[in-house]
Write a protein that binds this ligand. Structure first.
Ligand code: SAM
Length: 271
């Protein structure tokens, strides 16, 4: 995958040299290029902004400067991504979709944002998809943090970037639609807090059931909105009972008798 990030603060993207994304770049799994928008200015002050038509506070980024940059960077199979607080919410589903694409171009806004004609113009260009995306319901100073988030969320889904792909399977916001269960490591007791016995049991079936219960309870407590999106057919009787115990029976489902795949004593809804 190739990713181009354009910003007036290219140094802001320096963390993309670090950690897994940095390693992915070094290994050739991700061709990531960071550009200074001012390289496409034509005046001696390297101006990228001007006053808003219609008046009002702040400055707006000029479409002609962005146009020169994007004409150079976009090809006939590119996805132009514009961070903005008025965009669609960026989610794990967005990252999964983008991870299947070949070329992303992220245009980082500053000031009051980028002249609206930039999104409109490139949306009509054959071979270019335009998406405006938001990290959440708050306002940042610029799109660089959003670009960092996007690149990290997408890059870790590219084949070979995360050493053990198994670790992506049960994560929060993954295919199961649940938050991840709590995780523990050594020492088994710390600050008078013991790791739950089941995790030390070596019994894979019980551990899997306990983790699933914890994921269900945690999701019910912290993000009940995610439960509404669950496919009811993906819930077994034990899942339904666990959710009912947590005070969030799944939609359209009466709690049923529990079937415990881990065998007698394996159920741990109370844990
Ligand atoms: N005037 C704009 C508004 O009210 O929608 C906010 C502009 S903001 C100060 C400057 C830039 O920061 C935006 O163009 C965008 O690139 C970025 N930005 C700010 N908040 C963001 C968010 N929640 N998600 C993604 N990008 C954001």
């Amino acid at each position: 995958m190739r990713v181009d990030v354009v910003s007036i603060f290219p140094d802001y993207l320096a963390p993309l040299d670090l950690s897994l994304v940095g390693k992915a770049r070094t290994a050739g799994l991700l061709d990531l290029r960071v550009h200074d928008l001012r390289d496409w200015t034509t005046d001696r002050h390297r101006t990228v902004d001007d006053t808003p038509f219609g008046g009002g506070a702040g400055m707006v980024m000029r479409p002609d400067v962005w146009g020169r940059a994007l004409d150079d960077l976009l090809d006939d199979d590119s996805h132009l991504l514009l961070p903005t607080p008025s965009g669609d919410r960026f989610t794990q589903r967005t990252a999964e979709r983008l991870a299947t694409e070949t070329h992303l171009v992220v245009a980082c806004g500053r000031y009051e944002g980028i002249d609206a004609r930039v999104a409109a113009h490139y949306a009509t260009r054959p071979g270019v998809t335009v998406s405006e995306f938001s990290l959440g319901d708050y306002v940042l100073n610029g799109g660089e943090v959003a670009a960092l988030v996007l690149v990290e969320a997408v890059a870790r889904l590219l084949p070979g970037v995360v050493g053990n792909p198994e670790s992506l399977v049960e994560e929060s916001h993954g295919a199961a639609g649940l938050l991840e269960y709590p995780v523990y490591t050594k020492p088994p007791t710390w600050a008078d807090l013991a790791v739950p016995d089941v995790l030390l049991s070596g019994h894979h079936g019980r551990i899997a059931r306990w983790r699933r219960d914890q994921a269900l309870v945690r999701t019910a407590q912290r993000r009940p909105d995610l439960l509404d999106a669950l496919d009811p057919s993906a819930l077994d009787a034990h899942d339904r009972a666990t959710l009912a115990d947590a005070g969030r029976p799944p939609h359209g489902a009466e709690p049923q008798a529990t079937e415990d795949p881990s065998g007698p004593g394996g159920g741990s809804r109370e844990a």
